[in-house]
Ligand binder design. Structure first.
Ligand SMILES: Nc1ncnc2c1ncn2[C@@H]1O[C@H](COP(=O)(O)OP(=O)(O)OP(=O)(O)O)[C@@H](O)[C@H]1O
Length: 249
């Protein structure tokens, strides 16, 4: 069974403001799946629909066979969402905040220690999250994202703004989380990150999926005698620009 199955999802934010124009997407259980696209392509809107924060105008999303619209409370117990650039409360320690989230989700309090250890935050559990550097903050948000043992974790630009070392540490953590069986949908503007982490990638532009497949399969799509060894950046530029030119024509 697919962990996530999206069929013909559309969403408009008013007349002439079509954010998603019939998106199909499938993610296999246990996979780290990339959703890549230029600014305004529809990635965040699609994630919001997949986790039940926003309603699609048409189409359906299933998480492990459960329809997000009809089974929202059950779906929300199975998923979690981590965004880059999230704010945190002042004057509260990592442990205190995680206890709060555990109570909110009805998770056993023992889960707090587990996620603190899992994310390397145990030694800093009694420090204020507001005092953490961006990289440590992002670890905290991953810990928060794991508090309800999600089967699918949505990561919307989880390494945005991090320096290389911090980004690499977060990527390692993402890989470990997937290895433990969690399915992950990742958006990122860093092609290297997508290539390092993702088994499958969908490219979205102008609210439509323009190509999908493994990083290698995507490169094969744009390989030419002039460009015998395309990078994922080449793929991204060629396919997203092409689709936007068609949409503008
Ligand atoms: N709440 C909203 N009201 C009106 N328009 C919106 C709203 N949210 C998104 N949009 C529009 O929908 C389109 C898709 O936006 P979305 O944020 O999903 O793109 P994105 O791919 O996540 O972009 P980025 O890479 O910049 O985060 C954009 O044209 C955006 O302006």
């Amino acid at each position: 069974m697919d962990a996530v199955l999206v069929k013909q999802v559309t969403k408009a934010f008013g007349p002439g403001r079509q954010a998603l124009a019939g998106v199909d997407l499938a993610i296999r259980e246990g996979e780290i799946h990339g959703l890549l696209g230029p600014n305004g392509a529809g990635k965040t809107t699609l994630i919001a629909i997949m986790v039940g924060l926003t309603e699609a105008d048409a189409g359906s999303v299933e998480i492990f066979g459960l329809d997000v619209r009809r089974e929202l409370p059950r779906v929300q117990r199975m998923v979690n969402l981590v965004r880059g650039f999230s704010g945190v409360l002042e004057k509260v320690t990592a442990r205190e905040l995680l206890i709060y989230y555990a109570l909110l989700y009805g998770a056993p309090l023992g889960r707090v220690e587990e996620v603190l250890r899992r994310t390397g935050l145990w030694a800093r559990r009694d420090e204020e999250v507001a005092s953490f550097s961006s990289g440590w903050r992002q670890r905290f948000f991953l810990a928060k994202g794991l508090i309800n043992r999600p089967r699918v974790l949505f990561l919307d630009e989880p390494t945005v703004g991090l320096d290389l070392d911090a980004a690499l540490a977060v990527r390692d953590l993402i890989r470990d989380i997937a290895r433990e069986g969690c399915t992950i949908l990742l958006t990122t503007h860093y092609m290297r990150e997508a290539e390092d982490l993702c088994a499958g990638i969908d490219l979205i532009a102008g609210g439509r999926i323009v190509a999908g497949g493994s990083p290698q399969a995507l490169k094969d799509l744009v390989r030419t005698p002039d460009l015998p060894e395309p990078t994922l950046e080449d793929v991204f530029l060629a396919l997203t620009r092409e689709s936007l030119e068609v949409a503008d024509a």
